[in-house]
Write a protein that binds this ligand. Sequence first.
Ligand SMILES: C[S@@+](CC[C@H](N)C(=O)[O-])C[C@H]1O[C@@H](n2cnc3c(N)ncnc32)[C@H](O)[C@@H]1O
Length: 262
Amino acid sequence: MKTNKSIMDFSSVNNFAVRYLNTYYRVVDSDEVAITKFLVRQYRKINRNVEILEIGCGPTIHHLIPAIPYAKKIVMADFLNENLYQIKKWIDRDITAHNWNNFTKLALQFEGVNASIEEIAIRENKLRSLINLAHCNLMKDSPLDGYSQFSIVCCFYCAEEVGISKLEWANVIRRVASLILPGGYLFLVSLRDTDFYKLIDHSGKEEIFPSASITEKDILNLLPSIGFSSNTIEIEVEETPNMKHYGVNGIILVSAQKGGCE
Ligand SMILES: C[S@@+](CC[C@H](N)C(=O)[O-])C[C@H]1O[C@@H](n2cnc3c(N)ncnc32)[C@H](O)[C@@H]1O
């Protein structure tokens, strides 16, 4: 996608949340299988009872399902109020809220827990009780007012879609990293080497959104220079051939620990 912009300002985007859920979260796609498996494995190496932030969470809650056994508090932050509204509806059990049961089931299966309807409900209700919603802006150097730093900061499909040049992407990642306590972890997922992704509404109408074309090399170059210990950086790549029509050729999954002691 050709653009001269280096930042994607979502202020002018309308009806993102519903179109995004419709495009990417009606079924569990191969990227989400890889992310869930990755996160279940990553959480096993951290302490329990920690404070976790997901920044740029969109209208989604599912990436936090593997975090629940480890969390004492969860902050979910996004720039768009319509995204936070979709999460609020889910917390309030509004009948029009998105149904995440299949994503919860998958996480439980990867954990080796009996993924019964009752267990899915227990896990989701626990998440409802842990979530605090917040507004954030990754275009600003202080992206999240009212909070300091967290043991875990998650950022999925966001940094490369807000900072859409490599330079601005690096600035966004730096801001995300500033929210992590020394010794804390970054869990990051990025679209791989693509300059666009699509949203498709219920009528089939498409809109193209820009993305910085990030590769695993970009991530490996940046993270040590902004305080992550090189020997803690884990990077996995998942090809997603079934999602090419959305612009999603593959994804990069990252875990990295910030230097210093928590
Ligand atoms: C592609 S969505 C990713 C949503 C979710 N994390 C997921 O994994 O599906 C990108 C998200 O970035 C958010 N966003 C856009 N501009 C932002 C900004 N300046 N600061 C923080 N988040 C922003 C959007 O509102 C949107 O929810």
